[in-house]
Design a protein around this ligand. Structure first.
Ligand code: PLP
Length: 383
């Protein structure tokens, strides 16, 4: 096993513009457990001033799935709970095997995680640095960008195209030294898709030594293809999947990174500690339910479609999304609308600095959306 401060590690850090001292500082930061607290969807929500949501409020702010875990997952949790005095490493192995079978990849191409936040942050730690920029879309999911800032890596933001796709040509050209190009498909916050052909093009045109980090947190909400074939083809691509979204397990925690073993090893060096056995058991059980994804995708699309019809009828502009979140355009600063909706006990998502007149809204239950519609009409009504 190589020591953390071996000569090759020091040289590798230096090539990214990092010193051993930077490394030690980051390791201490991670060990203190502060990382997750600053970089998760719930922490980002807190940054937009959601301190505590009152009981009974409509919560359509964090792209969660109100359906929660499926019955098979809950049964698996109950079984695992009776043995929760043990680490239950076998449940982690079973989850990895189930993911490998599901993805059609060898077992060593899968690393299990408690969700996908950890591998997202750790991929930035593994591949970026002051000399190796992090390239992302604008507006895009900010967790990787925040990790890059902690590391001192430049963050290069590339605006979405006119059809709200990632501008893959501009992303590839953003820096010849890019360490990671982060592409979230469908994108958070817009819920819009980047065409398969563009993703394949980007995987074939990466700057030297750069990894394409493909975040498929919401891919099951859409009809778009999973991009696992890029890994099978040996490309420099790492894919992140999570059970927090379509599988409704944001609080249970399970996810995975998929990629070539040499890439996965670099990322997992930054992890420590066993994984949550209950989350692993629930995820394995969920993968075994044949029509779960299709049924949930259909229901979410129906509710999203009903809300889009309502918005059209009432003259509210929105970005057509394929996911469980979408952006509405607001006639006044988005932050004011967010605050006004809260006075009606409806908590929607946040505003992105580059789009100050848009607000992200998550797709909740029909009941949640009815409350959102009623509150929106009230806050948009002329005084
Ligand atoms: N990636 C995207 C695009 C997200 O929106 C989120 C959370 O909302 C995550 C990753 C991380 O989610 P989790 O850690 O719950 O898997």
């Amino acid at each position: 096993m190589t020591s953390l401060f071996s000569g090759s590690r020091t040289a590798e850090l230096a090539s990214r513009g990092l010193t051993r001292r930077d490394f030690a500082r980051l390791a201490a930061f991670l060990a203190a457990g502060t990382w997750q607290a600053v970089n998760s969807e719930s922490a980002l929500a807190q940054l937009s001033q959601v301190k505590a949501i009152p009981p009974g409020a409509t919560r359509i702010n964090s792209n969660e799935n109100p359906l929660g875990p499926c019955p098979e997952a809950l049964e698996a949790v109950h079984r695992a709970l009776t043995n929760a005095g043990r680490y239950q490493f076998e449940l982690i192995e079973a989850f990895k095997q189930a993911m490998a079978t599901d993805a059609g990849l060898p077992l060593d191409h899968i690393t299990a995680y408690a969700g996908s936040s950890a591998p997202l942050h750790q991929a930035v730690l593994a591949f970026c640095g002051p000399n190796r920029p992090f390239v992302t879309a604008d507006p895009g999911y900010e967790a990787g960008e925040m990790a890059a800032k902690v590391l001192g890596a430049p963050v290069l933001k590339v605006p979405l195209t006119a059809s709200y796709a990632h501008d893959v040509k501009a992303m590839a050209a953003a820096s010849p030294n890019a360490g990671l190009i982060y592409l979230c498909n469908p994108n958070n916050p817009t819920g819009t898709l980047t065409p398969h052909a563009d993703i394949v093009w980007l995987a074939d045109h990466l700057p030297p030594g750069c990894i394409l980090l493909l975040d498929e947190a919401y891919i099951h909400m859409t009809d778009a293809p999973l991009e696992t074939a890029l890994i099978r083809a040996g490309k420099d691509v790492v894919i992140l999947r999570t059970f927090s979204k379509i599988y409704g397990m944001a609080g249970l925690r399970a996810g995975a990174a998929l990629g070539r073993p040499e890439h996965l090893t670099k990322i997992s060096k930054w992890s420590s500690g066993p994984l949550p056995s209950l989350g692993m058991a629930a995820a394995t059980a969920s993968l075994g339910v044949p029509d779960l994804v299709a049924k949930r995708r259909k229901l979410i699309a129906e509710i999203r479609g009903e809300t889009f019809a309502f918005l059209k009828q009432n003259g509210v502009a929105f970005v057509p999304s394929h996911s469980n979140c979408f952006m509405i355009q607001t006639p006044r600063p988005g932050a004011d609308l967010v605050a006004a909706l809260r006075t009606h006990n409806v908590f929607v998502g946040r505003v992105w600095p580059s789009w100050p007149n848009h607000v992200r809204v998550s797709v909740g239950t029909r009941e949640d959306m009815a409350k959102f519609h009623a509150a929106l009409l009230k806050v948009l009504a002329p005084a």
